[in-house]
Design a protein. Structure first.
Lengths: 234, 107
């Protein structure tokens, strides 16, 4: 790989933009395709498919064996609520290679003593979230149980195409939340994107177990084909 | 702390800029129960220092040796490892999978 190509890959990744390196494995010839250039590329169908699956792999084109190496951005987890569950969720998500940020305007909750080594933002979601540049490669969970904090955060997540959105609360709590969010302009499709009650149904009781069920659900959403993810979560 | 792919590629860039010979080894194809998916990579410099992995640790030693050759020659190489190799328990995959690893020089 040429140094210029490597530097470009690293720069795109630092900016959280997907990039694909196409290598002719017969001679090592290489080119880099940025996400925004995929549509106009001769290999657009193959490139788009591999990127959607987040998978690298071999394709044959024009009699050449080409390796498409997909570099998708590192998945992030944004947690609204510096609560007990979050204390278990943050380190678990980091062990699963997520970049984790915790947001909670209540400084008694959002304290470094409770969240050692985790980026904490002790601000309201309206202030904390826009600078985070939340994108498709972000999982978003709202676990404060406080509509004043969770609701504006969820509205922000809808606008940012997060691959996973989850919110803590029983079916009853969630029904009330859905009404409130719709009154603030959310669509039925937005509401349908919320995983609530949050997490896979594994009988989780303790904060750590709930954290496992949430990360299992996020993993399923990230890795399983869309239809299968719904079945698993049901 | 595990090295993530971007840390690995950043290390490759840093080593190269610091004047090291550097090679990048990438899993391009897998069959059976291969331990790491296509796209997994390992970077090696001319000190023999390496980061990342292309298998569960089974074939890294052999990949590093080949990569030092690639750094010296500048020519890319395709390596294949599988349990059917005579050397299965030395540099094969005990899990029964097969992997192809593309090794190329950086720079």
């Amino acid at each position: 790989m040429k140094l210029e190509t490597l530097m470009e890959v690293n720069a795109e990744r630092a900016a959280r933009r997907p990039v694909i390196v196409v290598t002719d494995i017969a001679n090592g010839e290489q080119r880099l395709v940025k996400a925004r250039d995929i549509a106009a590329d001769p290999l657009s169908a193959d490139l788009a498919r591999q990127l959607r699956m987040g998978k690298s792999g071999m394709v044959e084109a024009g009699g050449k064996q080409l390796f498409l190496n997909v570099y998708a951005p590192t998945a992030r987890l944004v947690i609204i609520g510096a609560v007990h569950i979050s204390q278990a969720l943050a380190p678990l998500a980091r062990a699963l290679d997520y970049d984790v940020t915790v947001v909670d305007p209540r400084t008694a909750f959002a304290s470094p003593e409770r969240f050692p080594d985790v980026p904490l933002i002790a601000e309201w979601p309206e202030v904390a979230l826009p600078p985070l540049n939340i994108d498709h490669y972000t999982a978003f969970v709202a676990v404060t149980h406080d509509p004043k904090i969770d609701d504006p955060a969820l509205l922000h997540a809808f606008a940012r195409d997060c691959f996973y959105i989850g919110a803590l609360g029983s079916r009853k709590t969630h029904a009330k939340r859905a009404e409130r969010l719709k009154a603030q302009g959310a669509s039925d499709a937005d509401i349908a994107r919320i995983h609530a009650p949050i997490g896979l149904s594994i009988g989780a009781v303790s904060p750590s177990e709930i954290a496992v069920s949430i990360m299992a659900e996020i993993t399923a959403e990230l890795r399983l084909p869309k239809a299968a993810a719904k079945v698993q979560a049901a | 702390m595990l090295n993530r792919d971007e840390d690995i590629l950043q290390a490759a860039e840093n080593w190269q800029k610091a004047g090291h010979g550097v090679a990048l080894a990438t899993v391009v194809e897998t069959w059976g129960s291969a331990p790491r998916p296509a796209g997994s990579s390992l970077v090696i410099n001319d000190d023999g220092t390496f980061l990342g992995s292309v298998s569960g640790g089974c074939v890294e030693g052999a990949v590093v040796t080949e990569a030092l050759d690639v750094i010296a020659s500048g020519k890319p190489k395709m390596l294949e490892f599988g349990v059917a190799d005579e050397t299965a328990w030395n540099v094969g995959l005990s899990c029964g999978g097969t992997i192809r690893v593309f090794v190329e020089k950086v720079g």
